[in-house]
Design a protein around this ligand. Structure first.
Ligand SMILES: *Cc1c(COP(=O)(O)O)cnc(C)c1O
Length: 385
């Protein structure tokens, strides 16, 4: 059996050990410590945010962002539908109600049209949301100008879920810096990884201070342990922050490599019948975290599920595009706004979408093997059809 080719495995640079050793030598094994402070400063400076708070996960970062914006039981929060469940779970932690917004075809991200209809109804019903969570899927930025204009009109803050888009930019500005808060993830499969971890960024320094307080059990300023609010244990450990620092040093390399991987796929696959690669919106630069494409069964001869199965037989891990959250059993009672009355873009992307192995440590030979498998599937698929 050939060695398995994973979708997006961690890719260490070799420098991580240096920061981990520093932590060991100074016995900073606790959460907090010099690596945490430095990692936060380096992330703030890389993204151009006012400040950053290192946390145990991207999910924790979204949760704290919602708390800091005062989201409470029975409030409404708008959220992209085509995303990983972690974008919306923290809404449920707070007892608030998610309302899901469809994608639009050019970014696969939140449709400004659908967002407008959701706001129209919310205004009519006197139920404006307390926040809008905008996701940048697979590294592609959402249409932030249009979305920001709509949200500003209603004076509703944005949380930018940039878990997948660290290193991407929109009109020259770093992805994750467009909202009231931005969040990043350093989970094992993300473009850079600390095995697990996240970051909350914002220009609202006072709120970031409050995030630090909430993330360390909300301990009041007293000579003993005194608490007047419920807090969390959400800080990143000083060891993992060391891994993060070394990973951040190679982020630009990683983006470059993933973009090259995308281009090789595009060159080889874009002329196959029924295949379309995920577009990149003009004046945005995607980190191409995952190469994603749609496949038209009529033209290609195989559907997304069949191609994934075929690649699996060759020990290649490809995956469906996220199943939209409005289609999840977990959210069956949540409201949903589609891009057009008769066009649900996210469902179509889910039905036809596939993510290809895109890890920055993948060799060219491995990628060529994946490409060969897809090309021969197209040929045999057509012959069969
Ligand atoms: C990975 C991911 C998250 C969650 O990040 P964790 O660090 O795994 O908690 C949130 N949103 C999106 C879009 C993600 O891909």
């Amino acid at each position: 059996m050939r060695k398995r080719i994973y979708l997006s495995p961690p890719h260490m640079s070799g420098n991580e050990q240096k920061y981990i050793n520093e932590a060991f030598e100074s016995n900073w094994i606790a959460p907090l410590g010099p690596n945490v402070d430095s990692f936060e400063q380096e992330m703030a400076s890389y993204t151009g945010s006012g400040g950053a708070v290192a946390l145990s996960s991207g999910t924790a970062a979204i949760h704290l962002a919602l708390k800091l914006l005062g989201i409470k039981r029975n409030d409404y929060v708008f959220c992209s539908s085509l995303t990983f469940v972690a974008s919306a779970n923290p809404i449920v932690y707070e007892g608030a109600n998610p309302i899901f917004i469809d994608s639009e075809p050019e970014t696969w991200n939140m449709s400004p049209e659908a967002l407008k209809s959701a706001f129209n109804d919310a205004e009519t019903n006197n139920q404006l949301p307390k926040a809008v969570i905008v996701v940048n899927l697979y590294g592609q930025s959402a249409r932030m100008d249009e979305i920001s204009t709509i949200c500003e009109h209603y004076n509703v803050p944005i949380i930018e879920d940039a878990a997948e888009s660290l290193g991407s930019s929109y009109k020259g500005k770093k992805s994750g810096t467009f909202g009231h808060f931005g969040i990043y993830s350093f989970n094992g499969n993300k473009i850079i990884s600390t095995s697990g971890g996240g970051m909350l960024v914002s220009d609202h320094i006072d709120l970031l201070e409050k995030a630090r307080f909430l993330a360390t059990q909300a301990r009041d300023a007293a000579p003993y342990y005194e608490h007047s609010q419920t807090g969390y244990n959400y800080r990143l450990s000083n060891l993992l922050a060391g891994v993060g620092r070394a990973q951040l040093e190679v982020l630009e390399d990683r983006v470059q490599t993933r973009r090259e991987i995308f281009l090789r796929y595009e060159d080889a696959l874009c002329n196959l019948p029924g295949i379309e690669l995920m577009p990149e919106l003009t004046s945005t630069r995607s980190n191409r975290w995952l190469t994603a494409m749609t496949i038209d069964k009529q033209k290609f001869g195989l559907g997304a599920g069949e191609l994934i199965g075929l690649l699996e037989k060759e020990n290649i891990e490809a995956r469906h595009v996220w199943k939209p959250l409005h289609m999840q059993p977990l959210f069956k009672h949540a409201a949903f706004y589609s891009h057009h009355v008769e066009e649900v873009v996210s469902e179509d992307l889910f039905n036809r979408g596939i993510c290809l192995p895109s890890g920055s440590a993948m060799t060219i030979d491995e990628q060529m093997f994946i490409i060969d498998c897809i090309v021969s599937a197209a040929v045999s698929g057509k012959a069969a059809g």
